[in-house]
Design a protein around this ligand. Structure first.
Ligand code: AMP
Length: 193
């Protein structure tokens, strides 16, 4: 079993690849964005609190996000392996994830960094806005989300690189080609059995 983080800017294709990889490896894809959206849809207390941040393109506070992930990772299906999509996104979240894993004697296997140039990101995010009508896909909020990623999340790549965990993958092109590229880099690290 494998423990993967997927990291990259909004629009890089993390959600799409997360679902395909999770299927390939038989592990759960845990997307904090999806979990928040589901809570917003169901108007849970967490959803009501998270929505205000999401609609502005800001991150949901670490205290809420960390509690959610801790709970999710302790569920039975995530014990042997998992893929985290969109978490951690802040240094505080990196520390929380380190703690959660340490407590149960587990280690991350790899951090897949999915890349795409900013023109392509904007093109994809505005296309998705039309298709899915996500409330955080308006032009201003898209810009804010890209800026917040650069400010708060891009620095995490250095942290994981210093642990030799980062595998960088070009996220441009056909969806299946990108999945194959990811599987290749995982294979090169001896992570595909
Ligand atoms: P995503 O679908 O991953 O782009 O997430 C959509 C929104 O959910 C983000 O813009 C944030 O408002 C919130 N969100 C998702 N994951 C996190 C996280 N790890 N930390 C804080 N906020 C998050």
């Amino acid at each position: 079993m494998i423990r993967i983080l997927l990291i990259g800017p909004p629009g890089a294709g993390k959600g799409t690849q997360a679902a395909l990889l999770a299927q390939h490896f038989g592990i759960p894809a845990i997307s904090t964005g999806d979990i928040f959206r589901e809570n917003v849809r169901n108007e849970t207390p967490l959803g009501l609190e998270a929505k205000a941040f999401m609609d502005r393109g800001e991150y949901v506070p670490d205290s809420l996000t960390n509690a959610l992930v801790r709970d999710r990772l302790n569920q039975e299906d995530a014990v042997a392996g998992f893929l985290l999509d969109g978490y951690p996104r802040t240094i505080d979240q990196v520390e929380e994830l380190d703690d959660i894993l340490e407590e149960t004697d587990k280690k991350l296997d790899v951090v897949v960094q999915l890349t795409a140039d900013s023109e392509e990101l904007l093109r994809r995010l505005s296309g998705r806005a039309q298709e899915q009508g996500r409330s955080d896909d308006t032009p201003e909020v898209i810009k804010r989300r890209l800026d917040v990623y650069e400010e708060q999340t891009a620095p995490l790549i250095d942290i994981y690189a210093s642990r030799s965990l980062v595998a960088k993958v070009n996220g441009l092109g056909e969806i299946g080609d990108v999945t194959n590229r990811i599987i290749e880099v995982l294979d090169a690290r001896g992570l595909v059995s």
